[in-house]
Design a protein around this ligand. Structure first.
Ligand SMILES: [Fe+2]
Length: 150
């Protein structure tokens, strides 16, 4: 990483993890979501902003540059992961839109909340899986670069 410091990146990742923890905790308690809908919607909007910052740091920090330089196969993986950023950003924006249209006390508000909660859970799993594959790519690129790959 050059333009983005490792520390900046670690701080941002910690904020993202903390936000995901808070959101999951608030969604696990259905009555909390029901009683504090605006607060939960704000958390979801915060997640969308944090994810956007996370992706832009990863892209600006050249997280992928090393892997692209090592082998064609890693370059392909890096491209695929980078393009997932757009899909993941669009998905969380869609969830924000759905959450913002929640009308408190509407007849169907509980089922809408449940749908949003389930979309968020699926989203967090996809995001975690994406990050895991990114970490694996970086490790693989690093080990091939220093010649310890198999
Ligand atoms: Fe990423």
């Amino acid at each position: 990483m050059d333009t983005v410091s490792v520390r900046q990146f670690e701080e941002e990742s910690a904020r993202l993890r903390e936000l995901i923890r808070d959101i999951k905790a608030s969604l696990d308690d259905e009555s909390f979501f029901n009683q504090h809908t605006r607060h939960v919607v704000e958390l979801i909007k915060g997640l969308s902003r944090q994810v956007a910052e996370h992706f832009s740091l990863e892209e600006a920090g050249n997280c992928y540059a090393g892997s692209e330089a090592v082998t064609l196969e890693l370059a392909g993986l890096a491209d695929a992961l980078r393009s997932e950023h757009r899909t993941l950003a669009a998905e969380i924006d869609g969830i924000v839109e759905q959450a913002e249209s929640l009308v408190p006390d509407a007849v169907d508000s509980e089922s809408s909340q449940r749908r949003i909660a389930s979309r968020i859970r699926v989203y967090c799993r996809r995001l975690r899986d994406h990050e895991r594959r990114e970490n694996e790519l970086l490790l693989q690129a690093y080990s091939e670069d220093v010649g310890v790959g198999d």
